[in-house]
Ligand binder design. Sequence first.
Ligand code: 3H9
Length: 703
Amino acid sequence: MNNEVRYAREGRTGVITVNFPPVNALSVAVRAGLLEALEAGLEDADAEALVLTTAGRTFIAGADIREFGKPPQSPILGDVIARFEASPKPVVAALHGTALGGGLELALGCAFRVALPGTKLGLPEVKLGLLPGAGGTQRLPRLAGVRKALEMITSGDPVDAAEALELGIIDAVMDAPSALEAGLHFARQVLAEKRPVRPARERSERIAGTDPTLFAAFREELGARVRNLFSPFRCVDAVEAACTLPFEDGLKRERALFLECMASPQRAGLIHAFLGEREVAKVPGLPAGTPIRPLRSVAVIGAGTMGGGIAMCFANIGIPVTLLDSGREALDKSEAAIRRAYEGMIRKDRLTSVEMDSRLTLIRPALSGQADSEQALAEADVIVEAVFEDLVVKREIFARLDAVCKPGAILATNTSTLDVNAIAAATHRPQDVVGLHFFSPANVMRLLEVVRAEHTADDVLATAMALAKRIGKVGVPVGVCYGFVGNRMLHQRGREAIALVDEGASPQHVDAVLTGFGFPMGPFAMNDLAGLDVGWRIREERRKAGDSDSLPVTWLDRLAEGGRFGQKTGAGVYRYEPGGHTPLPDPAVEALVEEHRHARGITPRPVSDQEIQERCLYAMVNEGARILEEGIAARPLDIDMIWIHGYGFPAYRGGPMFWADQVGLPGILEAVRGFHDRLGGTHWRPAPLLERLAAEGRGFRDL
Ligand code: 3H9
């Protein structure tokens, strides 16, 4: 027997224990160990029943993701499960923590399932671009019914033990000191009652007579939600096979569909996104055991939309926050906005009113300069400054924080563009200063760029990364430069989007190509949502500062000058019905664009979908390569996580740098060179890193 799976006996019950930290994933060693342990249990004459359990914090969380993409090794999971299902001795799967994917599939192959309260059970394969490939699509509908199985398998969302019991997925929920004890107790009952075993494969009552039109209707529903995805539709095909084919044939169909998903680029992208989200927290060069500073109370300076959203992030995890502003009106408005946001969550069943009340009591508005707000600043472990983008104002605030805050407090700025080194230099403790760049709405968006300035101490960076995790964000470390990583790349995409319209495309054409690529929104619809005034002010500032990368005045600036600020004014690049959010093409914008072209002597030409996609996305990839060269992002995956979690880059494409590797760097380089020759501009000059990797036949993945 191997180290990962052990067999022992407790009274009349044999116990198979999987011990493969961190999540008992079904690696090849675990699969082999399971078969050996089962064999030992069947040969053990004194064992009349068997319990399958796991060590550590969770039951089996699925197949071992790290084996995907490599040739499959025997024994395959489906065969292991078949052996458990055929066991002449009843096997009780004892579940705790999470029973997911292949882990739940193995449990479904056991004679009985018992779970501790709070256990989560699910088939999340679809979130990795896969489908349950070890019988889950065949056994779950037989236990839980077809509609519920379709919902669980295509959403990937788990159910808790109580619901699983109600649905018939498990046989009991037991409040025992451990899953093992629950399993042993249940096994004793089975033996005492001589309870008959009815394997899932033999149960057909819940699938018999399924209305065949259910599947077409379900596909249609899915089409509206996840039109670009491959695996959810294969999940439906597999569940349909459970209802139309004999069990063994259904398994074969499931396996074939699983292999199709495994071979799809979406699977590769989604697994890169899954692993990347975890990898990004491990900051290169930051020792694993770096101490973390305390996080017991927070002060947020500036009660605008950002400040309010940031305060909510901390209140949501039970940390008291003082929200400071120099104006009473701003504080009142912010309080009302925070309440409205929580009420919205209640309406969507994501929060109870009791939870809302306790969160609201944790957020304490305070007028700056008053004794109570000074005291809150003096006592806070972390202070997040979120006032408007003005370096002089921010430096004044940091100088004051330096005078008021306790030693060791972390002084964070939420700037999206300004130089964090210059802000840190306004204090005598630059080691305690870090950038925390939240994205709007701060309480919703998962990305947090953690800006490491020149003197930021290791433990401050480590604390900022830990803080991101605690408030449910994906923290990504970045260096100091204009716009950091996300906005710097966005600037390049925006430049191309505007220029494409100058040359003849319509805004809706540009948006349609990028939503077709998988973004939830095109660049212009996004501008309208964020407010055209925001980008306009930034472009004006950059022009005034003589920034070499600034854009000339464009039709987009003209729209903002005319008071079209986007959704909030009912008109921007698009027009909106009163109170509506659907972007509608506006002839007034067409006329303005036409006028702008005329003034610049441009004759509009047809622009292809391919050109739109390449110019918008290759401009980002080229800039991403520069960002890597400069060390502003340490790894390509950091850029990928920023774009997936902050800008809606489709996770199934893995992020811009992962996607670029899949497209092929030589082809991208050739196109970039072509754009440079045709359009000019330093931004189209190929990044040396892109040139080097393409010449060496390597990809960003090899860095
Ligand atoms: C499948 O089962 C296919 C089958 O149908 C068919 C086969 C034929 N494998 O998330 P955490 C690592 S597909 C390998 O931070 P948490 C993870 O990378 C699978 N490693 O912890 C991390 O590593 P590190 C279906 C895995 O407590 C560490 O464990 N199953 C796997 O926040 C801790 O992870 C799933 O999709 C894995 N399967 O959450 C479940 N899972 O420490 C995916 C995790 O080096 N997993 N790791 O960074 C999860 O949803 C969460 O990890 C879980 C724990 C809820 C279990």
